[in-house]
Design a protein around this ligand. Structure first.
Ligand SMILES: [Zn+2]
Length: 345
């Protein structure tokens, strides 16, 4: 058994892509401060060092594994003089996280969980020494999480090129992998930490429900399936069905995880957090954006010359005196000054 742990830990430490790398740290209370050295010398936030993606684990190697009183937990010693409790693979596979509300046919599995039934604050261990993290995709955010024009956008959109690889954010088990209406090709992964991540509009799905995945594993390719106005990744993070802003945990500019522990507050879940994202709205919003962009581009001004009147300007620009007054906050009786700039469109 001891060698099994050792082998598994080594597999992970060597960044093997094998799916049998199921070692996770134990109880967060027992967790100690292992330092996972960043392999690159990226900038460091003075206050909180961002957690680099999973490949930074490559330098840390396991040198021994010790048994504990619990048959599920062992102590793993690393070559940087640190150690960590590690939960057995069997234990994790028996974990309630992967059986409670486990539904491989529904996009949302926690429909009966009321927001008010959740604790005020939920501590979530995002990563620890052996539990990986990897950005799902790095790119420009084209639409953020949150209410827009009174509607709820329960994830964020990241522009991509169709065919770009999309990665599992944390270790976990694929709960859902299907074409799902407006979501298009959708993959939902449930993670050991209880979170679920959603990857929508994919052009290709590389994993199926029931597959175990590790952070950084390619799970599919980006695309524009479902109700989508162009290639992008719609990415959601949910806890027991309740969405919250993915930017709370990931800096999408750098791909770094903002922190390794998250204290999720109930108020972080949007008041608009319905279980069904309505992608009709997303398409509507995109259309409205386009209309607004066109309107903004069409703004036109006229500089008043001698002899100009509101009536003449209205005729010249195909509008009305009332509209000209509205656009400029003036009355029809306002005296126009020569050189004054009037908005006419
Ligand atoms: Zn979206």
């Amino acid at each position: 058994m001891r060698y099994l742990f050792l082998c598994l830990a080594l597999c992970f430490a060597l960044s093997a892509s094998a799916q049998e790398t199921e070692i996770t740290a134990a109880d967060s209370l027992m967790r100690d401060s292992i330092k996972v050295e960043a392999t690159d010398t990226a900038k460091r936030d003075d206050m909180v060092a961002p957690v680099r993606p999973v490949r930074t684990l490559g330098k840390v190697a396991v040198i021994d594994t010790l048994a504990t009183e619990s048959k599920h937990i062992s102590i793993v010693l690393f070559n940087d003089n640190t150690w960590r409790y590690v939960l057995s693979e069997e234990y994790k596979r028996d974990s309630e996280v992967f059986s409670d509300h486990w539904d491989t046919s529904a996009t949302h599995a926690y429909k009966d969980v009321e927001l008010n039934s959740l604790p005020e604050a939920i501590p979530i261990a995002l990563v620890d020494s052996l539990e990986g993290y990897h950005y799902p995709y790095i790119g420009r955010i084209t639409s953020r999480y949150g209410p827009r024009r009174g509607r709820a956008h329960q994830g964020l959109d990241i522009a991509l090129k169709t065919g770009d690889p999309v990665y599992a954010t944390f270790d976990g088990k694929v709960r859902f992998s299907k074409a799902a209406g407006n979501y298009g090709n959708l993959i939902v992964i449930r993670h050991n930490n209880g979170l679920e991540t959603y990857y929508a509009h994919l052009s290709q799905r590389d994993v199926e429900a029931g597959d175990w995945v590790v952070a950084g594993q390619q799970i599919g390719l980006g695309g524009s399936t479902g109700r989508s106005t162009g290639p992008h990744l719609h990415f959601e993070v949910r806890y027991r069905g309740q969405s919250f802003d993915p930017e709370r945990i990931i800096d999408f500019k750098t791909g770094d995880l903002r922190r390794d522990e998250l204290l999720l507050k109930r108020r972080h879940f949007s008041i608009y957090a319905k279980y069904e994202q309505d992608f009709d709205e997303e398409v509507e919003i995109a259309k409205q954006d386009e209309a607004e962009r066109k309107a903004a581009a069409a703004v036109q001004y006229h500089t008043i010359r001698s002899g100009d009147t509101l009536g003449a300007l209205a005729r010249k620009y195909g509008t009305t005196v009332t509209r000209l007054c509205q656009l400029n906050g003036i009355k029809s009786t306002t005296i126009l000054r020569i050189g004054q700039r009037l908005r006419v469109r």
